[in-house]
Design a protein around this ligand. Structure first.
Ligand code: UFG
Length: 328
């Protein structure tokens, strides 16, 4: 039986597909390629289409024996979601509802869902535990939280078991150097810093230095994309065992300020990486640091690439090999 990966041509999806293939899993992929890249899919059976298209979903579920779903397909930019919230609700919430209906129709009762630290908003306690209050500060986080709630009731009514994984800031690339992060437009801190190091941008803009942090810039918890991919495999195995649904944070438990990340990138790349302070970006919380104790204890998650140097070095390898990403 196959694992269906929705959004498997995207950044995190494609790395998880690679990890599943390395475990000899049978993989079916759905992606509408609006953000994803065909070239990022290293194997498995790719269907190009949209989760909001019920006929398309019917075809995928009818043609394959799906055991479980890993669902990455979503828009995920905090800033963009502030400007176009309806677009986020449509793709992230409406699309997921159609997927869950198809799962129910075809008796697929296991789903691993990509959620986010953005569900917490401005947390009262750091490191953030899963039982922290969820009050998102942006529509992106709000759409992910909405799906978490849908999953809760879907389990009650239809017995669909889920694992929700709330990611903190994902970065890095596969060790082969074949796949990595390529967004258009790029808005994420680490790839932008590396584009400056590559000479593709003049400087990095630091969005705000008046936050209540040590150096005034925002603090985030960075996690290697392959450690994240491993967590999805553990989550699928947990669902296979018939364990109860659960929600887990995924981060390294260490915070780096924007200025701190730039410093580490200067060391890793050997480039000066000019920086300039700009105003705050709307929707950005000041500090997001995970407690990942729960997934470590319950699922035996064991991050192998936790150091920011290693995360940035693997991303740097990808960027140097693919200065234009996957190309046009
Ligand atoms: N930043 C800059 N300059 C830039 C880009 C980013 O200063 O050019 C800052 C941002 O303001 C933020 C930090 O760097 O403080 C990280 O920004 P990213 O855009 O890389 O990531 P976000 O924290 O906004 O969001 C990411 C994912 C979300 C996820 C969130 C969880 O994009 O999907 O992490 O922590 F919800």
């Amino acid at each position: 039986m196959a694992i269906l990966v929705c959004g498997g041509a995207g950044y995190i999806g494609s790395h998880t597909v690679a990890a599943l293939l390395e475990k000899n899993e049978e993989v079916v992929i759905i992606d509408h390629l609006e953000k994803g890249h065909k070239e990022a899919v290293l194997g498995g059976k790719l269907y190009i289409g949209d989760l909001r298209d019920t006929e398309f979903l019917d075809k995928v579920f009818a043609e394959n024996k799906i055991e479980a779903v890993i669902h990455f397909a979503a828009f995920s930019l905090v800033g963009e979601s502030m400007e176009e919230p309806f677009k986020y609700y449509d793709n992230n919430v409406y699309g997921t509802l159609r997927l869950l209906e198809a799962m129910n129709k075809y008796h697929v009762k296991k789903i691993v869902f990509s959620s986010t630290a953005a569900t917490y908003g401005e947390p009262k306690r750091v490191p953030i535990k899963e039982e922290e209050e969820t009050i998102p500060t942006n529509p992106y986080g709000e759409t992910k939280l909405a799906v978490e709630k849908i999953l809760k009731w879907g389990e009650v009514a239809y017995g669909i078991n889920y694992i929700v994984l709330r990611y903190f800031n994902v970065a890095g690339a596969h060790k082969s150097g074949k796949i990595g992060e390529d967004h258009s437009p790029e808005t994420h801190l680490i790839p932008i810093i590396l584009q400056v190091a590559l000479g593709k941008r003049e400087k990095i803009m630091i969005y705000g230095e008046d936050y209540p942090t040590k150096d005034g810039s925002c603090i985030r918890d960075y996690i290697h994309v392959m450690d994240l991919a491993d967590a999805h495999i553990l989550a699928v195995d947990k669902l296979r065992k018939g364990d109860r649904s659960a929600t887990y944070n995924l981060g390294n438990g260490e915070g780096f300020s924007v200025k701190g990340v730039i410093e580490v990138a200067r060391k890793v790349t050997g480039h000066a990486i000019p920086a300039e302070v700009a105003g705050r970006r709307p929707g950005d919380p000041a500090i997001l640091i995970a407690s990942s104790e729960k997934i470590i204890t319950e699922l035996g998650w064991n991050p192998k690439h936790a150091s920011l140097e290693e995360i940035i070095a693997s991303a740097w390898k990808w960027h140097q090999g693919h200065p234009d990403g996957y190309g046009k």
